[in-house]
Design a protein around this ligand. Sequence first.
Ligand SMILES: *[C@@H]1O[C@H](CO)[C@@H](O)[C@H](O)[C@H]1NC(C)=O
Ligand SMILES: *[C@@H]1O[C@H](CO)[C@@H](O)[C@H](O)[C@H]1NC(C)=O
Ligand SMILES: *[C@@H]1O[C@H](CO)[C@@H](O)[C@H](O)[C@H]1NC(C)=O
Ligand SMILES: *[C@@H]1O[C@H](CO)[C@@H](O)[C@H](O)[C@H]1NC(C)=O
Ligand SMILES: *[C@@H]1O[C@H](CO)[C@@H](O)[C@H](O)[C@H]1NC(C)=O
Length: 469
Amino acid sequence: MATFSTILLLFSLFTLTCAKCHPDDEQALLSFKSVITADPSAMLSSWKAATDCCTWAGISCQAPDNRVNSISLSAQPNSYLSGTIPSSLSKLRFLDGIYLQNTRNISGPFPSVLFHLPNLQYVYIENNKLSGRLPENIGDLSRLYALSLEGNGFSGKIPSSISKLTGLTQLKLGANQFTGTIPDGIRQLKNLTFLALDRNKLTGSIPDFFTSFANLRILTLSYNRFSGNIPASISDLAPLLAYLELGHNSLTGRIPDFVGKFRALDTLDLSWNRFSGTVPTTFGNLTKIFNLDLSHNQLMDPFPVMNVKGIESLDLSYNRFHLKQIPKWVSSSPIIYSLKLAKCGIQMKLDDWNPSETYFYDYIDLSENEITGSPVKLLNRTDYLVGFWGSGNRLKFNLESLKFPATMKTLDLSRNLVYGKVPKAVTGLNSFNVSHNQLCGALPATMFPASSFAGNSCLCGSPLAPCKA
Ligand SMILES: *[C@@H]1O[C@H](CO)[C@@H](O)[C@H](O)[C@H]1NC(C)=O
Ligand SMILES: *[C@@H]1O[C@H](CO)[C@@H](O)[C@H](O)[C@H]1NC(C)=O
Ligand SMILES: *[C@@H]1O[C@H](CO)[C@@H](O)[C@H](O)[C@H]1NC(C)=O
Ligand SMILES: *[C@@H]1O[C@H](CO)[C@@H](O)[C@H](O)[C@H]1NC(C)=O
Ligand SMILES: *[C@@H]1O[C@H](CO)[C@@H](O)[C@H](O)[C@H]1NC(C)=O
């Protein structure tokens, strides 16, 4: 019994004397706090001198010496931290991870202190306002496992010395202002599982160097200025590749047959490019695909037979397809939330469309097709619909019979044959367009412009001409 209490006493003495953080760590963190000029949500309120810094918000320490090993701060959706990353952080000799995510207003150049932290392995400084060029010697950070500078204002070229960061498993430089081409040296980063260079101003062709990457699962190059074809070596990323995002570039040529080899593909975005020819029949093997966006290309019929059980979002809009029907694999999906088939040559009576599950639908875009009938039955089943676009069809129904889902924000029925009056229920929408239909009568008071109502038989009242008494 006595022995037990002694052990207990010794143990509590031990934790009392040793749990306090190292003075260098405390000083370094307080110097960081001192350059924070605004912290509206009091994220750093627990950072107080002479208290154990290992208990401060966002700080973790590691045995045996109880030294600070990570800083992890992430602001709430409407909050931020203003300030910079000071060189005094170099006192954190045991820091292995720095995570400043969504703090939004941390500014200044690339923090040179990163070169002076000998144990640093994980850098996630995301959605802040760092700017300027990346240092030419960024390759000296060769101990890094992960580098994410996503969502800052970095510009200039990606330095070629990045090829020396061979330990990286994640490289995320998306949503900056990088220019130039993808450095060929990235082929040396053989351990990458995640490569994101999306939302920059990168040019040239996508390098044909993917043979190197045995573990790559996520590749996002969308929203750049890449041209040329999809390189053949991307084929070597099968079967592991799960996300392939190449949308919003100027890519040309055909979609290669090998895309069907990506059995694990979850998301494929090839939208807003200049791909032509047909979609390969090998797409029939993409049974796990949840998100498929081929919109805004020059793709032609026939669209392949798909064998996916649950597509979540599909966009085939604005190609050269003549699908005639909404495909069965779409109508039968139990989890679909977004369906966009604008200008896909669909010829049907909307009342006849009977999707098996409508619970998850947020967005339906069937604009610019040859669709007749009425969306009344459909909108009566889509209780959480946020947007419906049906312009440029031959929909013919009484607008007063339409039930508006409480969640609905956008309704575009322009250029159809809709009749009746404009009901008061439309006032709850953010965006509404019934121009060029056969509506009549006095308009309810709304914020919508005249172009939302133009070209009808006999609508009147603001913003159109006043009704005759
Ligand atoms: C964001 O940081 C800049 C530069 O430190 C500063 O001038 C600006 O006031 C900050 N914005 C807010 C909202 O604190
Ligand atoms: C790449 O990963 C393998 C397996 O995890 C590891 O053995 C190797 O050291 C890593 N390469 C580098 C350069 O870190
Ligand atoms: C799917 O893959 C199998 C095996 O690799 C192949 O034989 C078949 O032709 C593929 N199906 C399609 C539609 O490409
Ligand atoms: C709308 O749905 C309700 C029940 O969910 C049903 O009773 C009603 O007949 C439907 N109305 C139309 C126009 O389909
Ligand atoms: C409504 O649609 C018409 C025709 O499609 C278009 O010209 C007009 O700009 C649209 N107005 C609004 C407010 O969206």
